[in-house]
Design a protein. Structure first.
Length: 167
């Protein structure tokens, strides 16, 4: 069994990794874009803030489900040092932790459980309330998209006058 200090050490490593990843994202994507309609812009200006939208009410709620693979991949990366540490400290322990693909299997189980809890499709069965505010980056886009924005976003938000806010 892991001691409190070992758990704290593993948690500290994860916090540092998250901070490093955040810093990397900021450097890699110096500008963020937020597409919105006239009502959305009015709300942003009047309240001087962004409001998150329930994922099921997004123009493309499927975007949330597309993130599942990336979530599992990120969980796996973060679980590798923890699984390795548990294996070293408990060499006689057997079970899933001994499987070669233990980090991937654990990440998949946890990721699927998270999606079942947070992103339930049926309002009556919703056990968590997940909202999001969407931003994108055009760093890796083609020059046309970098200059004019994403056609898919303009199609979704351009009806009746659309806006793209750049931060």
């Amino acid at each position: 069994m892991l001691s409190t200090s070992e758990i704290g050490s593993a948690a500290s490593m994860q916090i540092k990794a998250a901070a490093d990843a955040s810093e990397h994202v900021v450097k890699a994507h110096p500008e963020l874009y937020h597409y919105t309609g006239a009502a959305g812009l009015r709300g942003i200006v009047e309240t001087n803030s962004f409001r998150a939208t329930h994922f099921a009410d997004m123009n493309d709620a499927q975007e949330i489900h597309t993130l599942r693979v990336a979530l599992v991949d990120e969980l796996k990366k973060r679980l590798i040092p923890i699984v390795d540490q548990v294996r070293l400290q408990n060499p006689l322990q057997d079970g899933v932790i001994r499987r070669r693909d233990a980090p991937q299997q654990l990440a998949r189980v946890w990721g699927n459980a998270l999606y079942r809890v947070v992103f339930a499709d049926d309002d009556a069965e919703r056990t968590a309330f997940c909202c999001t505010a969407s931003f994108c980056s055009h760093v890796d886009d083609k020059p046309y998209e970098q200059q004019h924005g994403l056609l898919s976003q303009w199609r979704g938000y351009g009806k009746g006058g659309g806006f793209c806010l750049v931060f």
